[in-house]
Design a protein around this ligand. Structure first.
Ligand SMILES: [Zn+2]
Length: 437
């Protein structure tokens, strides 16, 4: 695939883009109808044939699909069953089980090109030496970003298997490596920088000048803290293994979705009706260029809004508001709906190294316990309580200052709801028991 041509597609005029999307849509709907059990059933259940879906408007007649459909029978959503060459999975931490996504070679090539485009959008160039700390393996992001760096002509250091922050810092400061750009989870990058600072180093003097972070929502205070700690330009990426990838441009206020590859709709999560641009709703995706695992009107559970299509960077693909929460992650605490993002926002606005928030029930009442990795001061404690009261309408039942925090799950969860069953709860319970002694 020709990267230059692929990149140019991001700048095409809107009417031309819609024509391209509709042409691809007609093809993929027919292909899905003829080759997948899942989407044939969905079309039939709505009394539709492929001929009924010819335009973006028509697409709204199609019933939604979801993660549950793919978890239940991963093969039911696969069209080109004879041409598959690999699979990746997403973590099953949302409690809905693991999603298995199958790829043809061509699917993967498209993903690589999307990621190459994301990296260029995030300011990476062919001259960059990229420190890729994103996990390789079942999780697709490490490999696809590795291939993406290669596609833009950059140099990549595959650093995901190192176990500790100290080991990463050793590589980052290795004079034979001299990485100029970082890819990885924001919280780890920040944690490693703070660890290095504490141990007498200065991350601002490292050779890193830019960072592309992904895998979790990044509250503004976290981005700012990363940029201050490391002296880098930090841009945010967003992707789903079932769908594809997108990234921020130099404006750093939302990411450009790859509309030539995937149709994005924003719908009211309750009624399923489309909402106006600028309004928040659930993101619904239809993949146009894949033939392995297809996603058609796939409800993502991610909440966002289309901010517009006329960005100063020149890209014409829809710009989406940064993901602040997954609808699945919203928690009801003391009668108030709260997102883990809000808690992260509160905590990282303080001068702390990290935290763990545990939501639990004590004699039928919701409680929230906070463990903070920072030097203890009354002032800091007061600020956390005040911020909680203002932003969530409730306050923590206790705040404890600690030296260590546990590693919870692949992505390092910081907000854990013990009221919901999860295999990760045991780690938290163990930690709390140890810390109370
Ligand atoms: Zn832009």
């Amino acid at each position: 695939m020709d990267l230059k041509k692929f990149v140019e597609l991001q700048y095409m005029k809107h009417d031309k883009l819609v024509r391209l999307q509709e042409k691809r849509l007609r093809k993929i709907i027919r292909f899905a109808y003829e080759n997948t059990e899942l989407y044939r059933k969905k079309l039939k259940s709505a009394n539709l044939t492929p001929n009924d879906i010819r335009t973006l408007e028509d697409l709204r007649k199609m019933p939604f699909s979801s993660k549950e459909d793919i978890v239940k029978d991963p093969f039911a959503a696969v069209a080109d069953k004879n041409d598959l060459f690999k699979l990746h999975t997403t973590s099953g931490t949302s409690g809905k089980g693991e999603t298995i996504v199958f790829f043809t070679r061509n699917d993967w090539d498209h993903y690589v090109m999307q990621n190459a485009r994301c990296l260029l959008s995030a300011g990476f160039t062919k001259d960059d030496i990229v420190y890729n700390s994103t996990p390789y393996g079942m999780f697709f992001a490490g490999q696809v970003l590795h291939d993406g760096v290669e596609a833009i002509g950059g140099f990549v250091i595959p650093a995901s298997t190192l176990k500790t922050g100290a080991a990463h810092i050793n590589y980052i400061k290795n004079p034979f490596f001299k990485p100029t750009a970082f890819i990885g989870l924001p919280q780890y990058f920040l944690r490693w920088g703070l660890w290095w600072q504490k141990n007498g180093g200065n991350p601002r003097e490292s050779t890193l000048k830019k960072a592309y972070v992904l895998g979790e929502p990044v509250p503004d205070p976290v981005r700012k803290k990363i940029e201050d700690t490391w002296d880098v330009d930090c841009r945010i990426g967003y992707g789903l293994s079932e769908i594809g990838a997108s990234a921020e441009c130099e404006e750093k206020n939302g990411f450009h979705w790859c509309e030539d590859e995937v149709i994005v709709e924003v719908v009211d999560p309750k009624t399923g009706e489309p909402v106006e641009d600028g309004q928040e709703g659930e993101l619904v995706y239809t993949t146009l260029t894949k033939t392995g695992t297809l996603a058609i009107r796939y409800k993502s559970g991610d909440k966002s809004a289309i901010l517009g299509r006329d960005c100063s960077c020149g890209r014409t693909h829809a710009k989406l508001q940064l993901i602040q929460t997954r609808l699945d992650d919203l928690m009801k605490v003391k009668g108030t709906l709260v997102s883990p993002y809000t808690i992260e926002d509160i905590m990282f606005s303080q001068n702390i190294e990290g935290f763990l928030a545990v939501i639990d029930k004590e004699s039928d009442f919701d409680v929230i316990r906070i463990y903070v990795k920072a030097s203890e001061t009354d002032d800091l404690k007061d600020r956390i309580i005040t911020d909680f009261k203002t932003k969530t309408k409730f306050s923590p039942s206790f705040i404890k200052f600690v030296k260590e925090l546990p590693q919870i799950g692949r992505k390092g969860k910081r907000v854990v709801d013990l009221r919901k069953a999860s295999p990760l709860n045991e780690i938290v319970k163990e930690y709390e028991k140890k810390t109370s002694g």
